[in-house]
Design a binder for this molecule. Sequence first.
Ligand SMILES: C[S@@+](CC[C@H](N)C(=O)[O-])C[C@H]1O[C@@H](n2cnc3c(N)ncnc32)[C@H](O)[C@@H]1O
Length: 311
Amino acid sequence: MLNQTFSTLTGYLLNSLNASNSITYIPRRKKAMQRFYESAKLTEIYVKYRGLYPKTASDYVIKYVVNNKKNYDVSKKLERMVEVGCGSGQATNLFAPYFKEVIATDRSPNMIKIANQQNAIFSHVTYAESSAEAMPVENASVDLLLSAECAHFFDLTKFFPEAKRILKPDGSLALLCYYFPTVQPAGSAKEPYVSQHQAILEEALSESTYNKNHYDQLKSHYQDIYEQIPSNQKSRFKLEMQKTYSMAEYMGMLKTIDAFQSKEFDQVAKFAERLKKAWRLNEGINHEEINLELFFVFGIIMAQNLSPKNT
Ligand SMILES: C[S@@+](CC[C@H](N)C(=O)[O-])C[C@H]1O[C@@H](n2cnc3c(N)ncnc32)[C@H](O)[C@@H]1O
């Protein structure tokens, strides 16, 4: 396992710089305010409950990447993937088998630490601390640039030119995202449960302080971001995934979400209470014993041939 930190990766890049002028040296980020998704407390539960992408997502994305390559030998692996905002590495693991080399980056040292601990299964994956707006990667060297559930955090005016810089001329950009799932008790009819859950979710969000713009972007599956991509070669599609979670696991997932972090009261506990009441479940019932069906819709955006400037 290549357990490279950002500084060792930087060392590698500086060495390579002597051999080629095409490599950009990216200085370490200055001390910045730690955001929710970068905290040590969050990363520990994040790795347990989040980022469960369906295999069909990687199949679709890779098909698109390959289709856009001329004379590609399908018996061989693709060369290089770079992931930005990799978090604890769940999407990294899904895509890693298709590539000879993967560089997975995140601006959170805590996320990089946990990704390294969790993902010892692949020796060709290197995790590195870096921002999406300035990646420690050579020009025109990347077949796939992937971002899962994080493009809404980026400064897109810097990210798109950076994506253009590191992608090969026939390389592809993939942006994945998802919003809250619809939820119903396992084995029950859809209604009235789905609508009741939805109303309780809206109520919880109305009591919360969070970046509404981020959530609007996720809800629309990045409609705005899609329109801003400086390319005429782009497309988007949706994939569905059904997952059975216990109520305890679903509550664990909600704890990883920045809109459920009130300092005044336990928003997740309140959410569970309201849901049990609306669904007429016994208040004292163990959350491990309640099975839920979660239906996620994933948005996938693919783009190629990006313009060097934001248009
Ligand atoms: C919601 S998490 C998504 C993590 C993972 N990709 C997943 O699908 O579960 C968002 C991640 O983006 C990272 N992030 C946010 N803004 C970033 C930026 N500008 N550059 C690099 N990483 C960023 C955060 O540190 C966090 O790990």
